[in-house]
Design a protein around this ligand. Structure first.
Ligand SMILES: Cc1cc2nc3c(=O)[nH]c(=O)nc-3n(C[C@H](O)[C@H](O)[C@H](O)COP(=O)(O)O)c2cc1C
Length: 292
């Protein structure tokens, strides 16, 4: 056989490290846009993903916000789900065994209304089979009444540090863009002991039915996501890349390999696909395939 005519097949190693968390590749799916993975199993080869971040869970069940909860916008969507979930115990019983069986690392997203909630969740999940890492959702725009860990750097540092002491698994702190200086919050999360940052959660927005003279979302305001927020997410990755040395997971408007590459070039070590899962459920796997 003419060796020169057939170039060698390269087995690309796409694995990346987010601090102590090793991922088979840098393409993950974002919390709240992929259910608990079971819903997507018929559409996506889940084992090929770099990681799965299921819907955020809380200590106790939450019914979520009043409808409407999602609105399509010109270049994305608004949501105000309000962290609708059945609580950590139901998650451990019904969803975690399935996530543990998939072959892709599961990064469990948690949110608390106060410091004690976050620590409780970290202790409860620590060491359970299937928990590769925790993603601290200190950035949900759709819940009120709790402490705003994502906007006050010192509160952010304290909650990350509290979780750090309460568990041994790697921690990702997911930050909100709805602040004037995201780098300050990033520095605080790093100081608290975060292994990596996830940037960004949704941008606070609103849709109005002017004829009905009312806001279209039941919760009045909600989080904007999708292509509209990619420039904001890239800006946040850029600003935080200058400010911290821990790895960054970029998320916001990523639907194609070109979007993903823009984040890598800006300093992200890995990316998450969010809203694109709704209009092209195979988007994440297509990006993995094109990277190979
Ligand atoms: C319907 C919906 C639900 C979401 N729920 C969560 C959630 O429970 N926890 C969380 O951390 N982020 C949640 N997000 C935010 C996404 O994970 C992601 O950070 C954001 O949508 C930006 O990425 P994208 O533009 O690719 O969607 C949600 C987003 C959408 C659209």
């Amino acid at each position: 056989m003419n060796q020169e005519a057939s170039p060698p097949v390269v087995q690309a190693d796409l694995s990346v490290s987010l601090g102590r968390l090793r991922l088979p590749n840098p393409v993950l799916v974002a919390s709240g846009t992929f259910g608990y993975a079971r819903e997507m199993a018929g559409l996506v080869d889940l084992a090929r993903l770099g990681g799965i971040v299921p819907k955020t869970i809380t200590r106790l069940p939450r019914p979520g916000n009043a409808p409407w909860r999602t609105i399509e916008t010109a270049a994305g969507m608004l949501n105000s789900i309000g962290l609708d979930n059945d609580g950590v115990d139901a998650f451990i019983e019904h969803h975690l065994p399935y996530l543990a069986s998939l072959g892709a690392p599961a990064i469990i997203s948690v949110a608390g209304k106060d410091f004690e909630d976050f620590v409780f969740l970290a202790e409860r999940l620590n060491g359970l089979p299937g928990v590769a890492a925790l993603e601290l959702n200190v950035s949900c725009p759709n819940v009120s009444g709790g402490v705003d860990f994502g906007t006050d750097p010192e509160m952010c540092r304290r909650v990350v540090q509290g979780v750090r002491k309460a568990c041994s698994v790697p921690i990702l702190a997911k930050l909100t863009p709805n602040v004037s200086r995201i780098a300050d919050v990033a520095i605080a999360a790093e100081a608290g002991g975060a292994d990596a940052l996830t940037l960004i959660n949704t941008c606070l927005g609103m849709a109005v039915d002017w004829r009905g003279r009312r806001s279209m979302l039941g919760n009045v305001m909600g989080g904007l996501s999708g292509p509209a927020i990619k420039p904001i997410a890239l800006r946040c990755v850029h600003q935080c890349r200058q400010a911290v040395s821990i790895p960054i997971v970029g998320v916001g408007g990523i639907a194609t390999i070109d979007d993903a590459m823009e984040f890598f070039i800006t300093g992200a070590t890995a990316i998450q696909v969010g809203t694109a899962n709704f209009f092209r459920p195979t988007a994440s796997i297509e990006i993995v395939g094109l990277a190979l």
